[in-house]
Each structure stands twice: as structure tokens, then as C-alpha cells.
Design a protein around this ligand. Structure first.
Ligand code: PHE
Length: 465
């Protein structure tokens, strides 16, 4: 665009916006389930190592690419003189596009639960699965209808995103995160206190702190890798866009450490909320990581705790903030691309793209339970036709996120070269002391790790996030 590129107006504003993107549904409901499956403390340790050795360097890489290129995800590669690598950006925008279609709808379901618990928790407690499936258009008598409840709330959720994004980078996104992120942290602490003071919570706490080498497996490592990338918003080129709004005076390495640690802290606290609470109420084996867990099983947890309805309300509010700040970043990545590439006006691009995302998302919600809409999937076991909603998630989690992450990594490690990343990092005036380690990680360790995830997920058909 001809006018000056938008910038974050403050350091804390940027950090909160990037952490807001990273902290999302992945941290709060997927992470606890994975941590439980991976053996509690054992998983936490592996996850932490993955974040330190892969998450932080990749976050640094994406932010540096963005700041050096001063463009959107696709334009960055061209701006750095490697137009042929623009495909990495394309995979990123397309991936963000598909994720947003369903992320925004799940955000709508969360909003529906906020409203549900606000009005009257009893209805949900009385029949938690019934309430969930009714929302998705599957009735108790087995008949189905259009899932109005879910779709209307998804539309409202999308409208909230649009309201934030049309106000721009610093006036909208930054300002919103400055309120949303502290609110999220306060809610998190309140819920942590509630969970850990439940009678019977110690068993869960002990499990989460228990480290057992024999529980360590290749599976756990893969699960931690996939989870970390998704959770840190890496491999979706979001951080390239956010990095492009970062002033040159900012210390990319230090900021990457803060953002990654904030994201990890929120994931860990969520683990320490959910796992002990489920241990104390339903029993350990009820811990899961999908929507059924977040909406159905958790209702049982809240029902059994004193003041449960109000804590449920706080929990879904927490999820709502987390989902909103992540969804905003996803849409921003797409809008930045559309406005710069096609010269579209920001407001029009935001509204237009949000309507399209919302409509495609309707297929995601409809294919959950109400209608048998199928998608297409191809992996080592051949062609299959999973439900449309599952096919969308496979496409992003198993294919697009790892491909985009791998592309950015190979680009930074072998094409643009680590020296340029380091130069960008040092532009703030402070020398980057870990340059050697960084180069080895980005050139060898990260690509091998990502390639392994990619191959394993396509061969074994496991979800990665
Ligand atoms: N990191 C977000 C989460 O944990 C999801 C996300 C992925 C957001 C990719 C933006 C880009 O839920």
C-alpha cells in the first residue's frame, strides 16, 4: 500500500497481541488432554524442551522474516528477493483461511455456552450431551435440523472479530489485546485456585508433577511437537505478519522468549486447572481433548463443584477471550495479504473475507452432527471421505501447518541464511549471543523434526494438534 505501514504503538501492546494470537483454544482445551495422555509431568517436561529448542527459534525466525520484509506473508518472500519462495506464504494464508473458518465457529459455540451459563446453568447440567448436540442440530429423538443456535452465535463471534480488526493494528488489535489478555490471566488464576482447592484435586496435581522416564515415547514427542507449533501460532505465517508491524528498535529474540513462555505458562496453568478438577470430580479417565470434552464432560466437572455454574461462566469467558484474540490474528494475516496484494480497502476486505469465512464455517458446523456432508482426504492408507469438519482439520493440522513451518525454516536456514535473521535480530542494537545454536537449530534440528511430524502424520493418520 502506498501509505506508511501500520506499527504496534508499544512494546507491551505487541507482546500481548502476539501472545493473544498464541494463547487460544489449543492451550486451554487441547493441551490438558494431551498432557494427561502423555503422562502428566513427563509431557510437561518434553513440551517445555520443544518450546525452548524449536518454538522460540521458529518464533524468532518468523518475526524476523516479517520485520525484514515489511510485508504480508506472501509479499515478504518477494520483498526479501526470493519470489520463488512465495508459495510458503500462500500455504500460510490458505491455512489461516481454513483454520479461521472453523475456529470462528467453535468460538461461536463458546459464546453460546457463555450465554447458556449466564442465563441458567441447570439446563446444561441436566443433559450436557443433549445440550451440545441440540446446539449442533441433532435432537434427542434422533431427528436433525439446521444448527441455528451454533450458527447464530458464530455470526456474532465473527462480528466481534470484525469490530476489532477494522479499527486497525494499533487502535483495534493492540488495544483489544491489552484488555483481553490481562482479563484472561485473571480468570486463569481464579480458576486455578478453584480447581486446586477441590477435595480430591491432589491426585491430579501429583500426576501433573510426576515425571516418569518410562512414559516417554516417540508418540509423546510427536504430540508435543505438533501441539507446540499449533499453540504458538507457528507455521501459519501469522507471526510474519505481526513481525512486519514491529518497530526496528524492538528486540526480537527477547520478545520471542517472552511470547513463547507466556503461551506455555497459560497452557500449563490450564493443565493444572483441568486435570486436577477432572480427577476430583469425574475421574481421571474422563479427560479428553476435543470439543466433546470441552463442552460435554466439563459440564459434569462444573456441576460437581460448589459454585460450579459461576466458575463455568468464568471458564467459558476465558475461552472466549482466548479464541477471540487468536481468531483476530488469523483474520489479520488474511486481511493484510488482501489489502496489500489486491489493494483492497481494509474495512471492505475485513467484512468481505469474514462473511466468506463464516459461510464456509457453516459447513463445518453443519457436518458435525446435523448433516452428512463429507470431505475428501488422501494419505498413506488411500483415499477416504471423512466428515467435512474432520477433513478441514486434517488439511490444516496434518498438512498445511507443517508444510508452511518447514518452508519458512528451510527458507531461513538455507536460502535467506541465518546470518540475515541474526542481522535482523541485532538491529535493535544488542548482539545476539546464541547465534551459533540458533543456526544449527534452524538449519538442521527444526527441519528434521518438522519433516518427521509431516511424514508420520500422513503415514499413521494421527492428528498433530
Ligand atoms: N495458537 C492458537 C491456539 O492455541 C491457534 C492458532 C493457530 C492461531 C495458528 C493462529 C494461528 O489455539
Amino acid at each position: 500500500m502506498e501509505n506508511k505501514r501500520a506499527q504496534w504503538s508499544s512494546k507491551i501492546g505487541f507482546i500481548l497481541a502476539a501472545a493473544g494470537s498464541a494463547v487460544g483454544l489449543g492451550n486451554i482445551w487441547k493441551f490438558p488432554g494431551r498432557a494427561y495422555e502423555g503422562g502428566g509431568g513427563t509431557y510437561l517436561l518434553v513440551y517445555l524442551l520443544v518450546v525452548v529448542f524449536l518454538g522460540i527459534p521458529l518464533m524468532m525466525t518468523e518475526l524476523s522474516l516479517g520485520r525484514a520484509g515489511q510485508s504480508n506473508v506472501v509479499g515478504t518472500f518477494r520483498a526479501l528477493g526470493h519470489k520463488r519462495w512465495s508459495w510458503v506464504g500462500w500455504v500460510g494464508v490458505l491455512g489461516a483461511f481454513i483454520i479461521t473458518c472453523y475456529y470462528s465457529h467453535v468460538g461461536g459455540w463458546v459464546l453460546r455456552y457463555v450465554a447458556g451459563y449466564l442465563v441458567d446453568g441447570k439446563l446444561i447440567f441436566a443433559d450436557a450431551p443433549g445440550y451440545f448436540y441440540e446446539m449442533l442440530g441433532l435432537h434427542a429423538d434422533g431427528t436433525t435440523s439446521f444448527p441455528w443456535a451454533a450458527v447464530v452465535f458464530a455470526a456474532v463471534f465473527m462480528a466481534l472479530n470484525v469490530l476489532v480488526i477494522v479499527r486497525g493494528v494499533s487502535g483495534g488489535i493492540e488495544r483489544f489485546n491489552k484488555i483481553g489478555m490481562p482479563a484472561l490471566l485473571v480468570l486463569l488464576v481464579v480458576l486455578l485456585f478453584r480447581s486446586l482447592t477441590l477435595p480430591g484435586a491432589e491426585a491430579g496435581l501429583r500426576y501433573m508433577l510426576h515425571f516418569d522416564l518410562s512414559a516417554l515415547s516417540f508418540e509423546t514427542l510427536l504430540s508435543a511437537l505438533g501441539q507446540a507449533f499449533y499453540s504458538l501460532s507457528i507455521g501459519m505465517a501469522i507471526m510474519i505478519t505481526y513481525g512486519s508491524y514491529l518497530p526496528r528498535t524492538e528486540h526480537i529474540a527477547r520478545n520471542s522468549v517472552i511470547i513463547c513462555l507466556m503461551d506455555t505458562l497459560v497452557a500449563m496453568i490450564s493443565g493444572f486447572i483441568i486435570v486436577p478438577a477432572v480427577f476430583a470430580t469425574l475421574g481421571a479417565d474422563q479427560i479428553g481433548k476435543g470439543g466433546g470434552f470441552a463442552f460435554v464432560s466439563l459440564a459434569g466437572v462444573f456441576e460437581k463443584m460448589p459454585g460450579g455454574r459461576w466458575f463455568a461462566l468464568l471458564f467459558y469467558l476465558l475461552l472466549l477471550f482466548a479464541a477471540l484474540t487468536s481468531c483476530v490474528s488469523l483474520i489479520e494475516g488474511i486481511v493484510a495479504f488482501l489489502t496489500e496484494r489486491f489493494g483492497w480497502q481494509r474495512k471492505r476486505a475485513t467484512i468481505g473475507v469474514s462473511v466468506v469465512l463464516f459461510l464456509i464455517g457453516c459447513l463445518y458446523t453443519c457436518s458435525q452432527a446435523a448433516f452428512p456432508i463429507k470431505g475428501l482426504w488422501l494419505d498413506a492408507s488411500g483415499v477416504s471421505t471423512p466428515a467435512f469438519c474432520d477433513a478441514m482439520e486434517y488439511l490444516t493440522d496434518r498438512l498445511m501447518i507443517p508444510v508452511c513451518a518447514l518452508g519458512s525454516c528451510i527458507f531461513a536456514g538455507w536460502v535467506w541464511k541465518p546470518a540475515n535473521v541474526i542481522e535482523e535480530v541485532e538491529r535493535c542494537g544488542t548482539p545476539f549471543r546464541l547465534r551459533r545454536i540458533y543456526s544449527v537449530l534452524v538449519k538442521y534440528v527444526a527441519p528434521i523434526a518438522i519433516l518427521t511430524i509431516l511424514v508420520m502424520s500422513l503415514v499413521s493418520g494421527r492428528t498433530l494438534s
